[in-house]
Design a binder for this molecule. Sequence first.
Ligand SMILES: [Zn+2]
Length: 411
Amino acid sequence: MVKIFIIFMYLTNKAFNMVIEYLNKSYLKKELPDNVKDVYNEGEYKRFLSYREESRHLGLISSAINILITLLILILNIHAWLFGMISGLNVYVQYLIVVAIFTVLSMVIDLPFDYYDTFVIEEKYGLNKSTKMTFALDTIKETVLGTVISYALIVLIMVLFEKFGNMAIIWCTLAMIVIAVIIMLIIIPLMRIFNKFEPLEEGELKDKLLALCDKYGVRVKRIVVKDASRRTTTSNAFCTGIGNRKTISLDDNLVNAYSADEITAVFAHEFAHAKFRHVIKSLPFSVLGILISFVSLAIVLNIPSLYTAFGFDGMNYYFAQMMSGVIIWPLSTAMGIVGNYISRKHEYQADAFAAKEGYGQVLISALKRLSKESLSGVNPHPAMVILNYSHPTLSQRIDAIRKCQNDEPSD
Ligand SMILES: [Zn+2]
């Protein structure tokens, strides 16, 4: 019975995601909002549609295979079997082996799809700049990092729950807050595992950006340029860090190909995230999410039949963590909706700031160009936006920016 319930929860989650994907796909047939009709010309839009179709097909095959393998693993009690094989070893070594096996397995399953996506689909549409060497190194680094992070989390949970029982919910949450803050403080060194970050060159552009920081007395520790062009032709920018360690990163693709005004408009948006302290403001909600996940874990740890149903003799932390994720998906989805809503509000606020600085029109044209160059969709289904979009749609952003411009008397 427990087993059927778990499999049911797992499948409803996958089915739910597929329905949303399907709605989103059907929405492509709808007429585009007026303010984004000029993003793609007719030929480009056809090209965008065929890119989307190829990506979607690949995604469907990849999900189907993933679901099938997960179902087999669950039905055949592979987790319990694996732990049984190494039961003579030290318990920490057992968990390390199992975490490593499943992280590598997941990498191996995804590898052909990632490869096809990068070197066939993205290559065909001119988005890929990654070499096979970079791709191989990325895969290895991600797998090692994934194993280390998952294992560290399991050990943390195991040690705290063994010591404090259900009170470990609080200790685990506190530990995660500390870890989150440390990560935010050293985010750029961490990201150097995958990318190079160079300080922005001295010159007119940098002076312009620093002038904006000075004007509001907000300290941005570093303005850096990320070597995105090692992997892709698309561009992005982000603001990260807390306190006086805030960093704004601009992709080299942006810095090298966009006008100083366009870059400043994008920077003004990122700067607003720093100015309004969006990173720290979204922290309490993330903490709530973490707390809920540990409450759910504590509940799952106390259901003995869950382990016997899947072939275990007793409770298992690795399996508990996985099951907790499966069971609470409706709640995590609801949390995701709120989290994305908060994030989209911050994005509107950042756009409004750029508009107030006089970059509204330039920001609109830069956003359109960024969308087009990354072959992004311009009319996602509203359900997709509510569930998964951390940014408002391009059309919504343009509307909001224009509204700001109308509100501000121009001179
Ligand atoms: Zn933003």
